[in-house]
Ligand binder design. Structure first.
Ligand code: SF4
Length: 103
């Protein structure tokens, strides 16, 4: 299964047209398009992600033309995997910080 197929399977949520368009752009313009899905969605069995896995994925993100859009999209929409150079844990932290500062 390619990364596109993997991510397409995750795209069944109800999103606005704007979110859907941005998601599709990230999906097909992303530098990770042909990368191994396991790099971005590693199986961890509940353990912390290995630093080397994170580094390999985020090195690809650092070359990506849609990194900023991907990061913002994932902070808003995605609870799993590495997106926009951030792990799920990092995105959760940012979400919480944004929520705390808006209240
Ligand atoms: S920023 Fe990373 S996860 Fe997002 S599309 Fe680019 S390479 Fe893929």
């Amino acid at each position: 299964m390619s990364k596109v197929e993997l991510r397409a399977n995750r795209s069944s949520k109800e999103w606005s047209d704007e979110s859907r368009a941005l998601y599709n752009r990230i999906l097909f313009d992303g530098a990770c398009l042909d990368s191994d899905p396991d790099l971005f969605f590693p199986e961890t069995d509940g353990k912390k992600l290995p630093k080397e896995t994170i580094r390999l994925a985020t090195d690809i993100c650092d070359t990506c033309s849609v990194k900023a859009e991907c990061r913002e999209w994932a902070i808003e929409n995605e609870d799993h995997g590495i997106w926009g150079g951030l792990t799920a844990t990092e995105r959760t932290k940012i979400r919480k910080e944004r929520h705390d500062t808006s209240n």
